[in-house]
Design a protein around this ligand. Structure first.
Ligand code: GLN
Length: 198
């Protein structure tokens, strides 16, 4: 089982490292041929408008959409969450995504003055206490479809109750970046999910 990391833009290296630390075989995906040889895909944090543009330029938008529609497991963190959403608020008009998880996300939702903040987030199905979640110009999930399971919400502060982790079948997304904190529990969760699906 090989897990690809979409390597157009963003924190690709950090996800590759986290997956390797989970003993998963992981490699970057930049071209459609590389996508064909992976069983699952991580979509990193970064900048979704740039990622969208590059996905179109590199001929990956449609192939990734098709694989996801066909059941390929995928995990998106932050910009990756935006790429997986069916509906994006405050996006660029020409912004495209992979239409995976039936949800509406709002880009840069936590307010312009708060570029980055940290908060504990409890994740359903992940044991060992709350995540030390790092949010960087992060989206939140405004609403979800019937098939989507909410896994985590912000615990306190102005954004208390906002949805920041979701799962729909083989698709997983978080507003925050576990790849930046060395907490491997979400990557393990995704590796297990991908193994079970392959
Ligand atoms: N604000 C970015 C976007 O809209 C996401 C930020 C991130 O991935 N850290 O794509």
């Amino acid at each position: 089982m090989v897990i690809g990391v979409l390597a157009l833009q963003g924190d690709v290296r950090e996800h590759l490292r986290a997956l390797a630390e989970c003993d998963a075989l992981a490699r970057p995906v930049r071209r459609p041929e590389e996508l064909e040889s992976v069983d699952a895909l991580v979509i990193p944090g970064g900048e979704s408008t740039t990622m969208s543009k590059l996905a179109v330029e590199f001929g990956l938008l449609e192939p990734v959409r098709k694989r996801i529609a066909g059941g390929m497991p995928a995990y998106g963190s932050c910009a990756g969450m935006i790429m997986l959403a069916t509906n994006v608020l405050d996006g660029r008009p020409d912004q495209r995504g992979f239409d995976g998880i039936e949800m509406t996300v709002r880009r840069n939702a936590f307010g312009r003055q708060v570029d980055s903040f940290e908060s504990p987030v409890e994740i359903t199905g992940v044991e060992g206490g709350p995540f030390h979640a790092v949010f960087i110009r992060a989206p939140w999930v405004e609403s979800v479809g019937a098939e989507v399971e909410v896994l985590g919400r912000v615990a306190g502060g102005d954004a208390a109750g906002r949805i920041v982790a979701v799962r729909q079948g083989n698709l997983l997304a978080t507003s925050f970046h576990p790849e930046l904190t060395g907490d491997l529990r979400l990557h393990r969760y995704f590796v297990d999910l991908a193994r079970a699906a392959s």
